[in-house]
Ligand binder design. Structure first.
Ligand code: BG6
Length: 471
């Protein structure tokens, strides 16, 4: 089966969907950073069906990098990137497009093909690559969503598998390229003090919130076919849960982390109708390209269990939504109360148990909330947080990190097919069997009465601070 041997560096990056939105927003700024750091030295061949020329693509790359605000640091790196760009314009269904691509690649023998295109085109492009032999010694990078349910994910895997071996397939979930998310893995297994209490005996519940304060402008068509459960919960938030809950990898290496994460996805209990709350912000249906009676959810909250020895009966509450009060990501791990109520304030409703909070965005921070006695005669106290601010100034962009790894053939931060299918199995039933989306006012935390009922006595939800976050 073809596919570049693991860890063989690629000698070209082929980039399908080069004129698209993802390219403009995220990929060109990442390629610029790679050119700046020296990680990008190979030709980058953009492919699209837009009636563009190479000059148009270079102009797009320039605008994209300039608007990312990063360019002043090293204008020469932008020229380097522009010099590496090539362009092939053509229909993905036309074999002539791939003949031109073959020609453009010249002597390259181990290209990485990055498919920043809708999944409906994956099969066509992959078959066409194989027709001209560009799968041999090549690797392919595909973007989430990997399908839209279990059946389509399996069909997609079959399409990809016709031309590329599993080790040559790199599935991008860009959250895995974020430092603050990689830190979850590092934090857990580089510190020994948490492991003895990291289980059902000591942890009562976990909340994961990923909120956004903007809507779906410009992405309506995509969103109509996705919704918050498919777009964020099933992949980004499940990945966070997997990093939080996986067993220690058996050895230092890519396969060990993948296997430990896959075990978590396989142990997740399939969601039932009552484990899901769906909301839709008021005004969503007025957007163009949105059905006037659309039931697509722009907010989702789920209650999830992991049926493993370590996590039995510990509820995980995950929540995401558009047009919420803030753009933030937060994980709150709540510990059980002491077994005996030794102090008078132990029964007070304000008695917060210990918590470990990972603030992922906008500013990475880790907080450990502990109770401390208030000075005075009484044995009562308050929760105080020990807060650790993480300096993120040197952070690499997620796509910078992931595309560099893909070019080098390092699959550690990519998603394996068994995990993808196991994750779809968890949500597959509720993708179709669910209550209607409940309307919510923009700028609120979604349909709060329903979300509060979902979390019940394990609540309240921990809402990240609102407003423009500055330090
Ligand atoms: C994408 C989703 O995968 O992740 C978007 O499709 C979401 O809807 C985005 O806004 C969030 O990622 P980031 O890195 O921009 O916070």
């Amino acid at each position: 089966m073809p596919g570049a041997p693991i860890h063989t560096p690629s000698d070209a990056l082929v980039f399908f969907g080069a004129t698209g939105d993802l390219a403009r927003k995220s990929i060109f700024p990442a390629l610029y950073r790679m050119a700046r750091s020296g990680a990008l030295t190979v030709p980058v061949v953009g492919v699209a069906h837009s009636d563009w020329t190479l000059a148009d693509l270079q102009q797009r790359a320039r605008e994209s990098v300039e608007s990312s605000g990063d360019c002043e640091k090293d204008p020469e790196a932008l020229e380097t990137l522009l010099g590496l760009l090539r362009y092939v314009d053509g229909d993905y269904k036309d074999p002539a497009t791939f003949a031109k691509l073959r020609e453009e690649l010249g002597d390259a023998t181990t290209p990485t093909h990055y498919l920043a295109i809708p999944p409906s085109l994956f099969g066509t492009v992959i078959d066409a690559l194989a027709e001209v032999g560009l799968n041999e010694n090549g690797r392919v990078v595909v973007e989430k969503p990997f399908g839209r349910d279990l059946a389509s994910a399996q069909a997609l895997a079959a399409d990809v598998g016709r031309a590329f071996d599993e080790h040559a397939v790199f599935r991008i979930d860009h959250f895995l390229g974020k430092d603050e998310i990689m830190n979850l893995l590092y934090f857990r297994f580089a510190n020994s003090i948490f492991e003895p209490i990291w289980n059902r005996d000591h942890i009562s519940s976990v909340q994961v919130t990923f909120s956004e304060d903007f809507g779906v402008d410009g992405r309506e068509s995509f969103y109509e076919s996705a919704g918050a459960l498919r777009d964020v919960i099933e992949n980004h938030l499940f990945q966070i849960v997997a990093l939080l809950t996986m067993e220690a990898p058996a050895y230092q290496g890519y396969g060990a982390v993948q296997a430990a994460k896959a075990a978590v996805f396989k142990a997740m209990r399939p969601l039932k109708r009552e484990d899901l709350v769906r909301g839709q912000f008021e005004g969503y249906r007025d957007h163009s390209n949105v059905a006037p009676d659309s039931d697509v959810e722009t907010f989702a909250a789920v209650r999830l269990f992991i049926d493993s020895w370590r996590w039995a009966d510990v509820p995980f509450y995950l929540r995401t939504g558009k047009l919420l009060p803030s753009k933030s990501g937060e994980v709150v791990v709540e510990f059980k109360r002491p077994p005996q109520a030794l102090f008078d304030d132990a029964v007070s409703p304000d008695h917060h148990p210990n918590r470990l909070t990972f603030r992922l965005s906008p500013h990475p921070e880790i907080g450990l909330a502990v109770r401390v006695k208030t000075p005075g005669a009484e044995f009562t106290g308050d929760a105080h947080e020990l807060t650790l601010q993480v300096d993120a100034t040197e952070e690499r962009l997620p796509y910078e990190r992931l595309l560099t790894d893909a070019l080098e053939g390092d699959g550690s931060l990519f998603t394996a097919e068994d995990s993808v299918e196991a994750a779809w199995r968890v949500v597959d039933d509720v993708l179709t069997d669910h209550d209607p989306a409940v309307p919510y006012a923009p700028g609120t935390w979604g349909p709060t009465a329903h979300a509060d009922a979902l979390i019940g006595d394990d609540g309240p939800w921990n809402n990240p601070p609102t407003g423009k976050a500055t330090r």
